[in-house]
Design a binder for this molecule. Structure first.
Ligand SMILES: Cc1ncc(COP(=O)(O)O)c(C=O)c1O
Length: 399
């Protein structure tokens, strides 16, 4: 089939809820992907950080195939022999006490909202149906009605109301605004440690530490959405480690499966998850044996193969290299670990055109909003590969 035929099929039969680059991929290995014409690209998006371990990691693949041959789905009506070991391993890895497995990131967010609301009524004593959760401007937590209801991005929310009440929005990075927004009915504060979809927005140093302290003082649950920042992306297992804090509840997803399968989880350091009783929450696929077997290996290779350390080292090298590039089109370069963004000046004509020029040179990047290009390759990238990437970016930015 010719490339255009794939585009035509998508356009004719698919909903147009994405605007992908017109590159049709058919194969991936490590940091590399190949299109249907055989052209090779360095994947600098890593499926929005779901492929931290690299495409088609052989050990994760082997675990998936082995488990798929034995047992894939039991539902939670019965127990399975992968769930308990998965619980133990993820709790040991992240120093959590309890875990609730789901599938997509958005489901983990929905789950945490339910759990925190119930906790706030049962434990904190907020009057029924009065719980408030504070979120940040420019957040991205997923696409359900409740979640887009507390988004501040008009594209994400326009036309989808009415929305779920009970959320308050404060500016990101402003600890004083958080404290000012807290009332006796505040149950939780939900925040991304670094705002990924907003364009890799890093809050001022000390913000998360201040948020931790404010939440403690007001008996408010601190919920960190580490679905994108987590599992090594920023050079630490969880981004909370950069400020030496621990959230009460942490959300992980994406790279929890190394890109093989949708697996997400709510991790709890407090008794919040204990408020959920049988029948109050669940998902047919959540915690299935195939997901658990994949996630167990995806977590194992992350640490065994020192991918987190590599993310820290390669991230520093990548960022330093980007900062050397001289171009009037560049407004700012910022990042932590391998979560990096280059923001262009508005006069540069938009990030998408640059993404196409990078694709011509063999690098796949995606714009976020109008003017920002994100660089977030799999964490297995080598120094030679980063050097090569920097050469391509330099050529495009100067060109
Ligand atoms: C911080 C954050 N939370 C939640 C989500 C939603 O995850 P999913 O697309 O798996 O529902 C994303 C996805 O990009 C994300 O970056």
């Amino acid at each position: 089939m010719q490339p255009q035929a794939y585009l035509d099929l998508e356009n004719q039969y698919g909903a147009h809820n994405y605007k992908p680059l017109d590159v049709i991929l058919t194969r991936g290995q490590g940091v590399w992907v190949w299109d249907v014409n055989g052209k090779k690209y360095l994947d600098c998006l890593a499926a929005y950080s779901a492929v931290n371990q690299g495409h088609c990691h052989p050990k994760i693949m082997a675990a998936m195939i082995e488990q798929a041959k034995r047992l894939t789905l039991t539902s939670r009506a019965f127990r399975n022999d992968q769930l308990g070991p998965f619980y133990q391993e993820i709790c040991e890895l992240t120093h959590s006490h309890k875990v609730l497995p789901m599938n997509s990131g958005a489901e983990a967010v929905e789950t945490v909202i339910k759990a925190v609301r119930k906790w706030s009524y049962q434990v904190k004593g907020i009057p029924a149906d009065q719980a408030e959760i504070i979120v940040c401007a420019n957040n991205f937590h997923g696409r359900t009605i409740t979640i887009v209801g507390f988004s501040t991005d008009p594209t994400a929310r326009s036309g989808f109301g009415p929305f779920t009440p009970g959320f308050k929005v404060v500016p990101f990075g402003d600890a004083a605004a958080l404290e000012a927004a807290i009332t006796p009915n505040t149950a939780g504060f939900l925040v991304e440690p670094i705002q990924g979809e907003a364009g890799v927005i890093i809050p001022p140093a000390g913000y998360l530490k201040a948020a931790r302290e404010i939440c403690d003082r007001h008996h408010v649950v601190l919920i960190l959405d580490e679905i994108q920042t987590g599992l090594g992306r920023t050079g630490r297992l969880l981004a909370e480690a950069h400020e030496d804090i621990e959230a009460d509840l942490t959300l992980v997803g994406k790279a929890l499966s190394g890109g093989f399968y949708p697996v997400s989880a709510v991790l709890s350091n407090k008794a919040v998850l204990d408020v959920l009783q049988p029948g109050e929450h669940g998902s047919t696929f959540g915690g299935n044996p195939l997901a658990c077997a994949i996630a167990r290996t995806a977590m194992r290779v992350l640490t065994e193969e020192k991918m987190i350390e590599n993310a820290a080292e390669m991230g520093d090298y990548f960022l330093a290299g980007l900062k050397q590039i001289q171009s009037p089109s560049i407004k700012e370069v910022r990042g932590r670990g391998l979560m990096i963004a280059m923001e262009l000046v508005p006069e540069a004509g938009g990030a998408r055109a640059f993404c196409y020029r990078l694709a011509d040179k063999g690098m796949l990047c995606k714009e976020t909003h109008e003017n920002t290009i994100r660089f977030a390759p799999p964490l297995v990238i080598t120094k030679d590969e980063v050097t090569w990437a920097l050469e391509q970016i330099d050529a495009v930015m100067r060109g």
